[in-house]
Design a protein around this ligand. Structure first.
Ligand SMILES: [Zn+2]
Length: 133
C-alpha cells in the first residue's frame, strides 16, 4: 500500500510526522506548564489524535494548522498542484467536523485552536483552556 504513495503524499505524510513534536503544540505546552497545568496526556488514542487530552475533565485540544485546516484568517491557496491540495485540505476540514461530532457525542469537550493564535497570542489560548478546566 505504501508503495503507491505519490511524492506529494509522501511529503505530506512526512510533514505530519515531523509536526508531532515541534512547533505550536510544544509552545502551547510550555505556556500551560508555566501556569502549572500538567495534568494532561499527549499522544492519547482518540479519534483525530488530539494534541492535548485532559482525561479526567474529558477535554481535548486540537491545534489546527492554518494551511491544513483552511484558517479563515491566514489561509492562502497553494500556487502549485492547487487541485490536489485543495482536495486534501477540504477532506481535513470535513474530517475535523466529523471528529468533533464523534468526540462530543462521547461526552468530550472539544477545543480547537488555530496555529496562528498560538503563534501570536499564546496566553489567550491558555486562558481559554484554563477557563474550561
Ligand atoms: Zn491562521
Amino acid at each position: 500500500m505504501t508503495d503507491v504513495l505519490t511524492r506529494e503524499q509522501r511529503k505530506y505524510n512526512m510533514s505530519r510526522i515531523q509536526s508531532k513534536n515541534t512547533g505550536p503544540e510544544v509552545k502551547l505546552r510550555k505556556f500551560l506548564f508555566a501556569r502549572g497545568i500538567r495534568g494532561y496526556r499527549i499522544h492519547y488514542d482518540l479519534p483525530g489524535k488530539p494534541d492535548i487530552v485532559f482525561t479526567k475533565k474529558k477535554i481535548v485540544v486540537f491545534i489546527d494548522g492554518c494551511f491544513w485546516h483552511k484558517c479563515p484568517v491566514c489561509f492562502q491557496e497553494p500556487e502549485t498542484r492547487k487541485e490536489f491540495w485543495m482536495k486534501k485540505i477540504q477532506s481535513n476540514v470535513d474530517r475535523a467536523i466529523k471528529i468533533n461530532d464523534q468526540l462530543q457525542s462521547e461526552g468530550w469537550t472539544v477545543i480547537r485552536i488555530w496555529e496562528h493564535e498560538i503563534r501570536k497570542e499564546p496566553e489567550k489560548s491558555v486562558k481559554k483552556i484554563i477557563s474550561l478546566l
